[in-house]
Every structure is written in structure tokens, then in C-alpha cells.
Write a protein that binds this ligand. Structure first.
Ligand code: UDX
Length: 466
């Protein structure tokens, strides 16, 4: 919305939220999220044609176009628990729009939703319409965190789905005109509602599938002595495949991939497509396998026990250049190590101690609900320490795990890290950011995902008997 306001000075944009604290933060000097370049965009138009308000109903009533970007968590109970999207927040937003509207409106689905959500929303709106005309559009967002501003300024495509009626087409044109302020027309794609909704789930599923494919290869590389980076390079040189999204890692995270695939799986199951559902389920299963494989490597390398040992965790965000921790692989890795009684010391340049403690205490899928609805499980907080410096985290540690590819982890003084650690000093790189040879020369025992194994690690079973 900030980008729309920035690029379209003739359009007034009001971002509304029921959370007063969040709106206050958007109106302050400290924005509530860290995203490179966002501050300049917000400051460039806040107070001009971009406003943040908690007077939700007033601004919705006054709007011509309403973008709905409420959360769509994975259901944790009832039918479809663990897979289906919980549309509670979407439904209440739609009812509120119907209640307060006094003029015709275009309602745009921005949240990623299951296919056919627009149809349900349309029903809620039209059954409460008091003679008002609502047009529903699907306009899924493809930006990635950390590069959001670039992605928004120069999107590969903008996708708009709408009804194939004259009113539907008119609504599509109205939204197209907004994006046409800065996006070339040929990059604005229009289609029917269901295709647009499914395209978003399909894009995320296929991106995640690439990562699970290379991660599956990383296990085979370790078993055979091949180097996954070399394999990825060779594969990516094929112009039909391309080089992006082939970095082996400790596992993908983020608010979208797992949730959207589980959603896709559920939709396939509901349509009786068991084989298709199983195919996509496997993408998530390989991701879980990759995370537990990493923990097993750590434990088995360190004499089959990390009990009472200090392990430094470098990086907690789900990727670099964001403070976002939703579904980050670090949560599962930390749980795995804590389950084996390790003492962990965490450093991330952008994630607060408070957030880390909350993440480690939260039940699966609860992050997508408002904070007051997040039931906490008992936490091993006593064994977790969050520090503000990588050297502090690694001091006296037996092992170091790199879980986010922050640039600063490439430039650490690893001799200093080594000197401060217990010996033998272990380093487990879940992001392939370190120079394995150099670190071995310093004296570290090194494991790097998908790379030829250190003799120390090689002689141990990849997975100790559980
Ligand atoms: C993703 C999609 O890219 C975006 O189009 C969609 O709108 C939202 O979901 P995001 O979750 O912000 O964006 O980040 P992305 O860059 O896709 O990374 C997702 C996860 O995959 C991260 O944990 C990242 O570290 C991991 N990843 C990515 C890999 O492990 N290897 C890769 O090669 C690429």
C-alpha cells in the first residue's frame, strides 16, 4: 500500500488495522517491521496521500477500493486441522465491509487464500448488500521479504483476477489503472478469479519444490562426496531450469511456503486428488527431513550428545535482511537441540530476544493469530540465552550453528571465534556461507549442508538411531 501511495500521488491510501499499537508504530519513527528501503517509501508519502488509522469503519466506508490483507492462518482444530486455511479473519472483515458500506466498492483479496474464497466472500457481501454493488477481485502479492521494495517497484508481473461479467471487467480495469501508474501494461496480467487464486498457491508451491529438490540432492551429495553448490550451478546453467532458488539450506521458512502447500494439499484432498495431494505433501516432508537431518548431524558429530553443552545459534530470521521469524527453520532446530538438553545462545542482528522467546514457546501455526490468542507451551527458557553479538554467542561454546545467511556471518573473524570456543570446536553451516577450507585450516570440525564431509563427520552415521 505504501508503494501504491508512493507511485500514485493522486490516490489517497489509508491503511487501517484494529491494533492501535501497530498503527501507532506505523505513524512513528520506528516502523513495526524491518524491510530494506521501506522507511524511505513510507516517509516519502506519509501525511501526503498515505495515512495509517485504527478508525477502520470510517475509512472502509469512504473507500472506492478495499484491499483485504488479513491473516489466513492454518487451522489448528476441527475439519482440515493442520492443513486448511482458517478464514475467520477474512469472513469478519467481509461482514464488516458489508455492514459499514454505503456506496459501491471493489473488494480486493490480497491475502493468499484457498481457491474459491472469493466466491464465499462474494456471498457474504451480496447477502448483506442493502442494494450496494460489490465486485470481488483477486490480486495476489508476489513480493519476497528482504527485497520487497525492489519487487514492488519492478514486479515480474501483477496478477488481477475478476469475474468475466461487464461489471467484473470494469473493476479489473479500475485496479489495472492503479498499477499502470508504474508497471508496464504487458506485465499486468488479468484472468478469472479462480485462476488468479490458484496461481499464487501454485507459484509458492513450485518455488518451495525447487528448494526441497536441491535439499534432497544435498543429502545424496553428502552420502557420495559430491558438492551440492557445484551440482546446483551445473543444473542452473540449463536455461530451462535457471539458477535461482537452488541454494541448499537447513530448510525453507517464512509465512507462505509451508502454509500455502498445506492449503494446496487440502484442496486436492477435498477434490479427491489423493496422488496430487501426496506429491505436494512430500515438498513439506523433505523440508522437515532437512531440519531434523541437520539436528542429527549436530548431535551425532558431538559424540552423540549435546546435553549440557553450549551451542551458539547464529541467525534466527527465516532468511537474511528481515526480522521475520515465521516458520523459520531455526525454531525447529532449536527445539531439536533443546530436546537433547543443549544450552543455546542465540544471536540475530534483527530479531529481538522477546520475539525469539515467544517463538520458542509458541505452538505450531499459532504465529498467524493475534498475540492475545497465542497459547504458549512450557518453554525451556532457562536453557536459552539471546545475545547481541556473534562473538558473545560463540564464547565458550562447543558448537556453532549458522541458520540464517546474514552477510556479516561471512565476514566474522573465525580465528577469534575458534580461540574463544571449547575444543574440539564444531561449526555447522546450514546456509553454506562459510569458507569450509579456511575454517578447517583454523582447526574447526566443519559440516556444511551438501558439501563433502569432514573426515570427523564422515565416519559417523548421518542419523544416530533414535
Ligand atoms: C515467498 C515467495 O518468494 C514470494 O513470491 C511470496 O510472495 C511469498 O513467499 P518469502 O517467504 O518472503 O517469499 O521469501 P523467499 O525468498 O521465497 O524464501 C523463502 C525461504 O526459502 C527462506 O527461508 C529462504 O531462506 C529459503 N530458500 C530460498 C532456500 O532455502 N533456498 C533458496 O534457494 C531460496
Amino acid at each position: 500500500m505504501a508503494m501504491i501511495a508512493f507511485k500514485c500521488p493522486d490516490i489517497e491510501v489509508v491503511v487501517v488495522d484494529i491494533s492501535v499499537a501497530r498503527i501507532n508504530a506505523w505513524n512513528s519513527d520506528r516502523l513495526p517491521i524491518f524491510e530494506p528501503g521501506l522507511e524511505d517509501v513510507v516517509k516519502g508519502c506519509r501525511g501526503r496521500n498515505l495515512f495509517f488509522s485504527y478508525d477502520v469503519e470510517k475509512h472502509v466506508a469512504a473507500a472506492d477500493i478495499v484491499f483485504v490483507s488479513v491473516n489466513t492462518p492454518t487451522k489448528t482444530r476441527g475439519l482440515g486441522a493442520g492443513k486448511a486455511a482458517d478464514l475467520t479473519y477474512w469472513e469478519s472483515a467481509a461482514r464488516m465491509i458489508a455492514d459499514v458500506s454505503k456506496s459501491d466498492k471493489i473488494v480486493v483479496e490480497k491475502s493468499t487464500v484457498p481457491v474459491k474464497t472469493a466466491e464465499a466472500i462474494e456471498k457474504i457481501l451480496t447477502h448483506n448488500n442493502k442494494g450496494i454493488n460489490f465486485q470481488i477481485l483477486s490480486n495476489p502479492e508476489f513480493l519476497a521479504e528482504g527485497t520487497a521494495i525492489e519487487d514492488l517497484a519492478k514486479p515480474d508481473r501483477v496478477l488481477i483476477g475478476g469475474r468475466e461479467t461487464p461489471e467484473g471487467q470494469k473493476a479489473i480495469e479500475a485496479l489495472k489503472a492503479v498499477y499502470a501508474h508504474w508497471v508496464p501494461e504487458e506485465n499486468i496480467i488479468t484472468m478469472n478469479l479462480w485462476s488468479a487464486e490458484l496461481s499464487k498457491l501454485a507459484a509458492n508451491a513450485i518455488l518451495a519444490q525447487r528448494i526441497s529438490s536441491i535439499n534432497a540432492m544435498s543429502a545424496l551429495c553428502e552420502a557420495t562426496g559430491a558438492d551440492v553448490s557445484e551440482v546446483a550451478y551445473a543444473v542452473g546453467k540449463d536455461s530451462r531450469i535457471g539458477p535461482k532458488f537452488l541454494n541448499a539450506s537447513v530448510g525453507f521458512g517464512g509465512s507462505c511456503f509451508q502454509k500455502d502447500i498445506l492449503n494446496l494439499v487440502y484442496i486436492c484432498e477435498c477434490n479427491g486428488l489423493t496422488e496430487v495431494a501426496n506429491y505436494w505433501k512430500q515438498v513439506v516432508q523433505i523440508n522437515d527431513y532437512q531440519k531434523s537431518r541437520f539436528v542429527k548431524r549436530v548431535v551425532s558429530s558431538m559424540f552423540n550428545t549435546v546435553s549440557g553443552k553450549k551451542i551458539a545459534i547464529l541467525g534466527f530470521a527465516f532468511k537474511k535482511d528481515t526480522g521475520d521469524t515465521r516458520e523459520t527453520a531455526a525454531i525447529d532446530v532449536c527445539h531439536g537441540l533443546l530436546g537433547d538438553n543443549a544450552k543455546i545462545s542465540i544471536y540475530d542482528p534483527q530479531v529481538t530476544a522477546d520475539q525469539i522467546m515467544r517463538d520458542l514457546a509458541m505452538n505450531k501455526f499459532d504465529w498467524d493469530h493475534p498475540q492475545h490468542l497465542q497459547p504458549m507451551s512450557p518453554t525451556a527458557a532457562k536453557k536459552v540465552d539471546v545475545v547481541w553479538d556473534a562473538y558473545e554467542a560463540t564464547k565458550n561454546a562447543h558448537g556453532v550453528c549458522i541458520l540464517t545467511e546474514w552477510d556479516e556471518f561471512k565476514k566474522l573473524d573465525y580465528k577469534k571465534v575458534y580461540d574463544g570456543m571449547q575444543k574440539p570446536a564444531f561449526i555447522f553451516d546450514g546456509r553454506n556461507v562459510i569458507n569450509v577450507e579456511e575454517l578447517r585450516k583454523i582447526g574447526f570440525i566443519v559440516y556444511s549442508v551438501g558439501k563433502p564431509l569432514d573426515p570427523w563427520v564422515k565416519d559417523l552415521p548421518a542419523a544416530p538411531p533414535s
